[in-house]
Design a protein around this ligand. Structure first.
Ligand SMILES: Cc1cc2nc3c(=O)[nH]c(=O)nc-3n(C[C@H](O)[C@H](O)[C@H](O)COP(=O)(O)OP(=O)(O)OC[C@H]3O[C@@H](n4cnc5c(N)ncnc54)[C@H](O)[C@@H]3O)c2cc1C
Length: 400
């Protein structure tokens, strides 16, 4: 009998498997319907021997020392600061928009102070910022919105920014200095030997069994376990009872080129002129030296693997119904990007998994304390004991 069945071997599932097995001596079965571990962060050496990210570029960045220290137990790191260029009006300019972007785009020579005034002069007044369009036009005005954001967002989400929640675009800041790093987090690094190698190390423990190519439906009635940790889509778990939660998907077109370098930066965004949104060259991310280079084009689409929860109020309402069901389902814990229908980065999912781990162990401690208290009460109060044990058993199966 396994203590835990963990569905999904991405960050959420693998962090919990590692913690429960190594710290609590729990017997864990972790499964994935894909043929590999590491979820969407999976990387591998392609036929030409170039290390690529199968599901698009994954750049690790976090402000959480706890998360960084935790993952450092399973990998060394390669310092890496991500940089992105955008193809606009026939030029490649830094993204997020900074001082150099504006100067290059308009042939100007503004200073930091002047570019701040420039943004203020073009910014539109928006009484209440509600949508993605509001976020951008209230910061940089309509022209830059049209050049950099509008079409990119329409491609990415299949919707106009005016129809999307403000949270989608507030992820892209605008700078008045020359800082051209895409992220500003305290910790920015890539796993030295890749993500999959890091996951292999996390899952390498005698208490952890890994089963791939396995959908959880196929084993539920066959393999006994006490509790389940579910990191797949929450709507799927409940047979789409309240309808399907919408996701945006991507088609990845990988290519290997017979030259050492192709792009002038790790990523070039194409807001306007192509069906794809961006192109990534992996060697920038991985630091690999190779006489060939591999790139990937991302084509957004409605159908396919669920990648991005679509942040609209009506979807949040549907999710809240599933969330309530999840909280009322004993013995099953929902965690991760798909199970909580949130646009989380890798570090946020690790943090979420560590929080759930703590909750599970606190619960176990509480059970143990209950047990000790009960033993002290002695055999004369059997009725009370059985009542309390029944109660703690219910709690033990989890109500969250
Ligand atoms: C294109 C793209 C780029 C990204 N870039 C970044 C980035 O640069 N930086 C960053 O921090 N984050 C990035 N992310 C986010 C990152 O991928 C997620 O934060 C992370 O993968 C979430 O981990 P997870 O374990 O919640 O989910 P996942 O990695 O999706 O793992 C869930 C697993 O559950 C499995 N599963 C689902 N249903 C079943 C079932 N019925 N039976 C068995 N198994 C099942 C799936 O196969 C999957 O492997 C990106 C995401 C995408 C899509």
């Amino acid at each position: 009998m396994f203590d835990y069945l963990i569905v999904g071997a991405g960050f959420a599932g693998s962090v919990l498997a590692e913690r429960l097995a190594t710290q609590q001596n729990k017997k864990v079965l972790i499964i994935d319907k894909r043929q590999h571990i590491a979820g969407n962060s999976y990387d591998h050496y392609n036929e030409e021997g170039v290390l690529v990210h199968r599901y698009g570029p994954h750049i690790f960045h976090t402000n959480s020392k706890e998360v960084f220290d935790y993952l450092s137990g399973f990998t060394q790191w390669r310092p890496y600061e991500h940089r992105v260029l955008a193809s606009v009006d026939g030029q490649l300019v830094p993204m997020p928009i900074n001082l150099d972007t504006i100067n290059k785009l308009y042939g100007l020579n503004l200073t930091s102070f002047e570019v701040d005034d420039f943004f203020k002069s073009v910014a539109e007044e928006v009484p209440t910022v509600r949508t993605s369009e509001d976020v951008v036009v209230s910061k940089v005005g309509r022209e830059l919105y049209e050049k950099f954001f509008r079409n990119y967002t329409r491609k990415q989400w299949g919707m106009d920014p005016s129809e999307l929640d403000k949270s989608v675009t507030s992820r892209v800041p605008v700078r008045t200095n020359r800082d051209d790093r895409y992220f500003t987090d305290t910790f920015q690094a890539m796993p030295l030997h890749g993500y999959t190698a890091m996951f292999s190390k996390m899952l390498d423990h005698p208490n952890i069994k890994v089963m791939l190519n396995t959908d959880y439906h196929d084993i539920l009635d066959i393999i006994p376990f006490k509790e389940m940790i579910f990191t797949g889509p929450v709507d799927e778990y409940f047979d789409f009872r309240y309808g399907k939660l919408p996701y945006r998907s991507l088609e990845f077109k990988h290519e290997t080129l017979d030259k050492t370098q192709h792009l002038p930066a790790a990523v070039v965004n194409y807001p306007n002129e192509h069906a794809y949104t961006r192109v990534t060259e992996f060697k920038y991310l991985t630091g690999q030296e190779h006489h060939k280079t591999s790139i990937v084009y991302e084509y957004p689409q409605a159908e396919g693997d669920p990648y991005y929860p679509v942040p609209r109020p009506e979807n949040a309402e549907i999710y809240n119904q599933y969330k309530k069901l999840a909280e009322e389902t004993p013995g099953v814990h929902f965690v991760g990007r798909l199970a909580t229908y949130k646009y989380y980065n890798m570090d946020q999912v690790v943090a979420q998994a560590l929080t759930l781990y703590k909750r599970l162990t606190d619960k176990d401690k509480a059970k143990a304390t209950d047990g000790k208290a009960l033993r002290k009460v002695g055999s004369t109060k059997k009725t009370l004991i059985s009542a309390v044990v029944a109660g703690s058993g219910l709690n033990g199966n989890g109500s969250h």
